[in-house]
Write a protein that binds this ligand. Structure first.
Ligand SMILES: Cc1cc2nc3c(=O)[nH]c(=O)nc-3n(C[C@H](O)[C@H](O)[C@H](O)COP(=O)(O)OP(=O)(O)OC[C@H]3O[C@@H](n4cnc5c(N)ncnc54)[C@H](O)[C@@H]3O)c2cc1C
Length: 394
């Protein structure tokens, strides 16, 4: 596959770049999608996603009838690269756009696609992921939240934990046990749950970043219409795994890593070390060079995946590799930033003296969380060992 821009692609790149230059909100630049407890920032993040969507740059690959443009992968890659270049913030509706949306495109009924896909794009409906439970994390198939089919409704009882964004999400894609007698992977179903349903209680949990970004979610006789079942009854494990593949690609995204790395380089140009700019210090340059080689390797692997996808083939281990390498690299980039900050490193955004609005201390902690979320590094290594290298199950 030729990765150089064709004349049409060059024109598209120019157009996207010009639009982003005019429209990326300064106050959201480089930032996370939203600050969890702050309704004003959540609203600002929703407005940004809507604007980007109206300009035609959100989930361009989705089919036209559900609000997308049916764009090819190369077009989407160009837009993603330009978003990084413009230091655009990540989107608040990522779990909808990158996780449940593609899952519905693959597994949903026509009615589900028409109902749920368009408001994902416009950020009118924000989604959260109800997978983990107190006794089911790495061993997700042990989940116990129960859903009984009564007439045309499921009645859901149980508890989810570590549910990111549940405090402001409108909907949850949720794994429930519908057949407790079946072997554990076979008695699970995949439901779409309205977070405003009676019987749902959301309790925020404070993360080490200081934000209450994830939550406990309790279900007490929560009624979910049968039409909100995705895939077949008791066959939710297969649907759940599609979502997990999309999640792993999202968490290990090469573009996000590149954005963090570029930001680190900007920091190295401004910080002093041994009487000169940090970027001129041989030790720092060596570390930056090492990180850059890995950032580039991740980017080239994402192109390899792109080229495979265009040819209609995918490696079963690609998403695990991306997640493992991308999330660990993000954390290492932040670790070097903290070293460059020296005694300023622990200052958070609440301190007037914080450099880069204290984002590095926050990112260092957040990126550690991302090594765990979506399946820990150890679990990704197990998958790579077993499915990639054919090693025996541990
Ligand atoms: C920031 C953050 C956001 C999250 N958001 C969500 C969300 O929105 N929705 C959601 O459903 N979940 C979410 N999670 C939960 C996440 O998916 C789980 O934390 C993760 O799957 C690990 O499960 P656990 O915490 O129960 O740890 P455990 O499964 O108890 O693992 C504990 C340790 O044992 C290791 N381990 C376990 N089994 C094995 C094995 N077979 N081989 C080798 N090592 C093993 C693990 O790697 C880990 O180090 C989030 C987590 C974090 C940190």
């Amino acid at each position: 596959m030729d990765l150089r821009d064709s004349p049409e692609e060059r024109a598209l790149r120019k157009k996207v770049r010009a639009w982003l230059r005019r429209n990326v909100p300064r106050e959201l630049r480089d930032g996370p999608g939203a600050e969890y407890g702050d309704p004003a920032r959540i609203e600002a993040a929703k407005r940004w996603q809507r604007k980007l969507y109206e300009a035609g740059y959100v989930a361009m690959g989705w089919p036209r009838e559900y609000g997308g443009q049916g764009a090819d992968l190369r077009t989407q890659t160009i837009v993603n690269e330009e978003l990084v270049r413009a230091r655009a913030p990540s989107l608040i509706g990522m779990m909808g756009i990158q996780m449940v949306g593609p899952t519905l495109i693959q597994w949903g009924t026509e009615e589900q696609k028409r109902r749920f896909l368009p408001p994902i794009l416009t950020a009118e409906e924000i989604w959260c992921q109800g997978y983990s439970e107190p006794g089911a994390g790495s061993d997700l198939a042990s989940l116990q939240t129960r859903a009984e089919l009564v007439g045309d409704e499921f009645v859901v009882n149980g508890q989810k934990i570590w549910t990111s964004n549940a405090q402001f999400a409108d909907w949850m894609f949720c794994l429930v046990r519908t057949d407790p007698e079946a072997p554990k992977h076979r008695g699970i179903s995949y439901l779409l749950v309205d977070m405003k349903s009676p019987g749902i209680t959301v309790r925020p949990l404070v993360q080490m970043t200081g934000d209450a970004g994830f939550n406990e979610v309790f279900f007490e006789d929560v009624r979910v219409p049968r039409k909100n079942l995705v895939g077949e009854l008791h066959d939710g494990w297969r649907v759940a795994n599609s979502t997990l593949l999309h999640e792993r690609n999202m968490l290990g995204s090469a573009t996000r890593t590149r954005q963090l790395f570029d930001r680190l380089c900007r920091l190295a140009r401004t910080r002093e070390r041994n009487g000169r700019k940090a970027i001129e210090d041989p030790f720092v340059r060596q570390r930056l060079g090492d990180l850059f080689a890995r950032v580039e390797a991740l980017r080239l692997d994402s192109y390899r995946q792109l080229s495979e996808a265009v040819r209609g083939s995918t490696r079963p281990t690609a998403a695990s590799m991306t997640k493992l390498v991308g999330t660990e690299l993000n954390h290492e980039i932040c670790a070097l930033a903290l070293e460059l900050l020296g005694s300023y490193a622990p200052l958070t955004r609440r301190s007037r003296r914080a450099i880069d609005r204290g984002i590095w201390a926050w990112e260092f902690q957040f990126t550690l969380g991302m090594i765990i979320g979506g399946g820990t590094s150890q679990i990704q290594k197990n998958i790579l060992a077993e499915r990639g290298l054919g090693m025996p199950r541990g």
